[in-house]
Write a protein that binds this ligand. Structure first.
Ligand code: SF4
Length: 244
């Protein structure tokens, strides 16, 4: 993955903010949606966050000042989650932001696809309390077709988190007929079992709520006709993964 470097004062390109998020990490969270993503997930529900140049530029100070207004709502469990797009595309900005947040004793969570070269992380993980890691498919060929890139870096990233003792939540989007085969889910269970720091595994049922964003981008939706995952589909996947 290429890493974006802005010239001059460090600024992040941000798509949007959510001040009281409840689904991206523990507790009540201030969520920052970074702009730009190098992946091409066919089921992308944040299609509007993909092009890096579309984001609004903010300095770390500007973002920290926004966050400070919501600290009282975060309580003991909450904090800040940086998501996207792919936050690791703007790794220098995220590192500086997390560094500042740790000085303020705020919990930091990185929601990522993990598609990154380990040496580019430098000390980012020293300021990261939790990683939400999307594992999209265990089979590399299917991954390549569904996501547009190989899954090798992602697996290495997961192993790196485990070796460094960084807590992680694994997330898996369940797409009927594509990411729900028993063989794949067993392989995923085994892979997760090989990691030492997984605190939670979440199965996210595929939905079509973001499809209109593809139309706005004048692009055909690649998974047109694929049904949404049902509650039963999700339960079955959880059973195979051994989490229900
Ligand atoms: S990683 Fe997220 S933002 Fe990027 S293409 Fe996939 S679903 Fe979309």
């Amino acid at each position: 993955m290429f890493i974006v470097k802005e010239v001059g004062e460090l600024k992040g390109r941000i798509h949007s903010f959510e001040s009281l998020g409840a689904v991206d990490g523990p507790g009540v969270r201030f969520v920052i949606f970074m702009q730009g993503c190098p992946l091409r997930c066919k089921y992308c529900h944040n299609r509007d966050t993909r092009e890096y140049s579309f984001g609004t530029k903010y300095t770390v100070d500007e973002v920290v000042n926004k966050i400070k207004r919501y600290v009282a709502y975060m309580g003991e469990d909450g904090g800040v989650t940086v998501t996207g797009g792919e936050p690791l595309l703007q790794i220098d900005f995220v590192r500086e932001l997390f560094k500042r947040l740790k000085e303020l004793n705020i919990h930091t969570c990185l929601d990522t696809s993990g598609f990154v070269q380990i040496d580019k992380l430098k000390d980012l993980l020293d300021y990261t309390d939790l990683v939400l890691l999307d594992i999209k498919h265990m089979d590399n060929e299917t991954h390549q077709d569904l996501i547009g890139v190989s899954n090798e870096k992602i697996k290495l990233f997961a192993k790196h988190l485990s070796d460094k003792g960084i807590p992680m939540w694994i997330r898996h989007v369940l797409v009927p007929g594509i990411t729900d085969s028993e063989e794949h889910l067993i392989e995923l269970r085994e892979f997760i079992g090989s990691l030492k720091t997984v605190q939670k595994v979440e199965v996210l049922g595929y939905h079509t709520l973001g499809v209109h964003k593809w139309a706005q981008s004048e692009e055909e939706y690649p998974l047109a006709g694929v049904p949404e995952a049902t509650i039963e589909d999700v339960k079955r996947a959880k059973r195979i993964l051994g989490i229900e």
